[in-house]
Design a protein around this ligand. Structure first.
Ligand code: 13P
Length: 312
């Protein structure tokens, strides 16, 4: 007789294993709804970094992508940090190689390196300060104005920060393969059908998309913006997992996924690698585990702590 494993029974098994392992489940806003619903905390990269640092659980099940789980291990090394699928990568992290950054730095002494948290631990170890989309403007404003800055690896976020701070920066030519698919034309066409809708975009989007947005912000700030706005409808121009969180936090409002030229539901294939089945397996076997070279971990911690010292 075959037994159908339902999402509800998998979620129950995750909760049971969580208790047995004394684990905490941290999930990014882009995770599938079933994972968001079993998590202890759902948030953006910044909130998740603080939660990971503050956790007193024995195990952190990090439901996000690899660089996020690495960050949890960097800030809280005594914990066992597990990621449901080790293949959950990030196109931005892939776009900046540590060896290439080391060569660039050797050729440009004295330049302050600001890195978006979407990078590997090895890249973080080479930087002066980390930022997330939620605090990038504050981080760049904290650097003395006479210093030249290299911003890695997201050129779109970097351009937005330049606009917001009035500060010139050298930009690493990286981009998020999901966010660059949104187009201002597709958004403009959708807006014709929803004239009341506010357009909310992530700063990883292309400049033309950011220009048509009413608000540009991190995923966590999208929640507070939509909650406090009197508008009844929003076009959400970021990874589609965000809509689950928004619908939960803002009942009665309508959320429409931002369109690309070819689809109405733009998802990050890396974020979607994590499933409830993989969460069960990870908690059962305490694997795949994030293991870091201690020398790299210590060096990567310095720029993260600098960011954290600026507050949430
Ligand atoms: P935030 O978590 O800072 O909103 O950024 C989302 C993200 O990592 C997009 O790639």
């Amino acid at each position: 007789m075959s037994v159908t494993v339902t999402a509800a029974s998998l979620a129950e098994r995750v909760r049971e294993l969580k208790r047995l392992r004394n684990a905490v489940i941290l999930a990014h806003n882009y995770q599938i709804p079933e994972i968001q619903d079993v998590a202890d905390y759902v948030g953006d990269s910044l909130g998740l970094s603080f939660k990971a640092k503050e956790s007193d659980a024995d195990v952190i099940l990090f439901c996000g992508v690899h660089f996020m789980a690495e960050t949890a291990k960097i800030v809280n090394p005594a914990k066992t940090v597990i990621l449901p699928d080790l293949e959950a990568g990030c196109s931005l992290a892939d776009s900046c190689d540590a060896a290439a950054l080391a060569r660039w730095k050797a050729d440009h002494p004295g330049v302050v390196v600001v890195a978006y948290i979407n990078c590997t631990a090895a890249v973080k170890a080479l930087t002066d300060i980390i930022c997330t989309s939620g605090n990038a403007v504050r981080v760049v404003n904290s650097i003395p104005r006479d210093k030249q800055i290299l911003f890695v690896p997201d050129q779109n976020l970097g351009q937005w920060v330049m606009q917001e701070t009035g500060r010139e920066m050298i930009l690493w030519p990286g981009a998020c393969s999901t966010h660059v698919l949104f187009t201002h034309k597709a958004i403009f066409n959708l807006k014709q059908q929803h004239p009341q809708a506010k357009i909310v975009a992530h700063p990883e989007c292309l400049p033309a998309v950011r220009m048509v947005a009413d608000e540009v912000c991190s995923t966590e700030k999208m929640v507070s913006y939509c909650r406090s706005s009197p508008a009844p409808e929003f076009i959400i121009v970021t990874e589609a997992g965000m809509l689950h969180r928004l619908k939960k936090e803002c009942p009665g409002k309508t959320f429409i996924p931002g369109p690309t030229d070819s689809c109405h539901c733009n998802e990050c294939s890396f974020m979607k690698k994590n499933t409830l089945e993989k969460c069960v397996a990870a908690l059962e076997h305490l694997a795949p585990e994030i293991i870091l070279d201690e020398h790299i971990r210590r060096r990567a911690l310095v720029p993260i702590e600098r960011m954290m010292s600026l507050g949430r």
